[in-house]
Design a binder for this molecule. Sequence first.
Ligand code: CA
Length: 221
Amino acid sequence: MADSPHGTLLVVADGMGGHAGGEVASQTATEAILGCVQQAEPGRGGEAILAEALQRANQSIRARAEQEPTLRGMGTTAVCVLVHADEIAWAHVGDSRLYVHRPGELRQVTRDQSRVQAMVDAGQITADEARVHPMRNVISQALGSRADVTPEMGSHPVQPGMVLLLCTDGLNGMVEDRRIGEILDQGNADALDPTAQALVDAALEAGGEDNVTVVLANPAP
Ligand code: CA
């Protein structure tokens, strides 16, 4: 989480390509996105800033892998959000997610760029089957994997009582949305750390082996 002239930036990136590569890819992406947002011209829209930041992050990861052969093949997902006044803008590549929670209601905002999501869209499997499908880890786009990436983006009004949840599939792959919503319902929107910990604990209790990253934020002033 970081402040910029364009609002508060939230980023979650889930690296892949061996332990070292995954770590370097997610860190490189986070730094590139932050740098790009901080340098963006005033007056530009949040969605455009974030989409360009993701393109820039893609190039940074590829440049880094080019220099260090041991890092070749590394990549990362990224979901990022800019909270500015009464609106949030978001953009993402891969299958890390943004959810919006309001009391009694959890809504997935991003749509995974993944093989199983394509199968759900085609009506071949249900969303519940996707969570346990053998192909569930196959993403259709990652930062670093090819010269061009196509981020998906959008915006959403800030509403009272709203909490933003950004997470890796280490959370939503292990814990059903219904349970994530219950944990958020039990939390306090003004003190989110214990709720974030409760979500991580739920993923680990469900047998989570994947790294679980959870960012919660309350965008309402
Ligand atoms: Ca993961």
